[in-house]
Design a protein around this ligand. Sequence first.
Ligand code: LIP
Length: 288
Amino acid sequence: MSGADVPPGTGAEPHGFPLDELLRIARMAADGAATLITDRRPEHLGVTQKSTETDHVTEMDTAAERLIREVLAQHRPADAVLGEEFGGEISPDGVTWIVDPIDGTTNYLYDHPGYAVSVAAWNGAIPLVGVVADPTHRRTYHARLGGGAWCSDPQDPAGPVRRLSLGKPRPLPQMLIATGFGYEPARRAVQGRVVAELLPQVRDIRRMGAAALDMCSVAAGRVDAYYEAGLSVWDLAAGRLIASEAGATVEAIEGGEVRPGSVLVCHPERVGELRALLHRCGVSPIDV
Ligand code: LIP
């Protein structure tokens, strides 16, 4: 992976970390895993149940995380790794790689568009770099702290990248809002009632099934905002940085620091209105 594959680096090392190098490694890992789950998908996909009858992990989730961990062990052996399938810990002071090998596993299981490989490097609770690889659309989104958000060209994935920046916000009733739902039936009933209230008050709803892609879609202007309650840290570890580096506000639904139980990603000029509307619709953040 040459330096040309990422925007010109600054060489700076804010927070004392080599962000250009971390980004290069993250892209190598994410793009490698995206190629694996695409090219090596077996005809009969091995599947295991997780938290509920509709929450699964496939053999390609685990294979992809193994590949990512091999890349990280080779290039950053001293760093911590926290992954959805094999766990781990967050380093209190060094670099922690936070990995979702397939975000949108249900879509992958059905071979339905809307899944991605998410790889992020954090220092404590600060995202340093983030990469979200979307193999269905041949796009890789990436960002480094303070370096903007970027997306590769589906026609030329290894070629030049395009900078992502939010445009002028639409009025709230004309906004396309992405969201998602948990796996647990009682939680889904609550989340469904919120959507029923919200739907007549905005342009439309999109439920794409992968938080990482939802946040990248805000960054790329494919939806106007995204909210969800009840994610895991690996769902948002990379996408939150890509969205914020594109100019989006990334906060908790109720305000304050974003956390897996409460995510709101929106143009800064619409956050207050959308937050108030979601509150009126009965959205309830979750302490996970
Ligand atoms: C998915 C999230 C998505 C949520 C889905 C699922 P997974 O993660 O990215 O936002 O709505 O229910 O939790 O389980 O595919 O890694």
